[in-house]
Design a protein around this ligand. Structure first.
Ligand SMILES: [Zn+2]
Ligand SMILES: [Zn+2]
Length: 139
């Protein structure tokens, strides 16, 4: 599966299956992507490869443990890496070409945009699902 930034200076490749795909409504994802929410999946680091444009990459530490990668030419939001989980990469799926699975849940809905109403029946979690702060679960 191939992903690109807007200007196409940066191209990356992902092999194999994605972990669960979530719609993340946290305020950082909303601001980072300029979007209502960020649809993202987790992969193992070994599945990911930059094919082109590494020298155009810039990084920003959005917290002490999270690094965001973006294109310094066009500003596209690319991957996230996590100091506490060095083997995991977070990928926003909007930049990918190929056949992906459907999102499995909405996460961080405690901080979702007040004007946005979730109208599907996916499970909703107040924060990361591991925290067990389940807001609503469908049967
Ligand atoms: Zn770019
Ligand atoms: Zn988020």
């Amino acid at each position: 599966m191939i992903g690109k930034c807007l200007c196409e200076q940066i191209i990356y490749e992902i092999e194999g299956e994605f972990g669960p795909i979530f719609n993340c409504h946290c305020s950082k994802c909303r601001r980072w992507h300029g979007a209502t929410y960020r649809t993202r999946g987790s992969i193992n680091k070994s599945q990911f490869k930059w094919l082109k444009g590494v020298k155009s990459l810039s990084t920003y530490n959005s917290s002490e443990t999270v690094t965001k990668y973006f294109c310094s030419n066009c500003g596209s939001s690319l991957i996230s890496t996590y100091a506490e989980q060095p083997d995991v990469i977070g990928v926003p799926i909007g930049g990918l070409e190929g056949n992906l699975g459907q999102p499995q849940a909405h996460i961080f809905v405690d901080s979702k945009a007040t004007w946005h109403e979730i109208t599907d029946n996916l499970p909703q979690y107040g924060s990361w699902p591991d925290s067990k702060k389940l807001v609503r679960k469908t049967t």
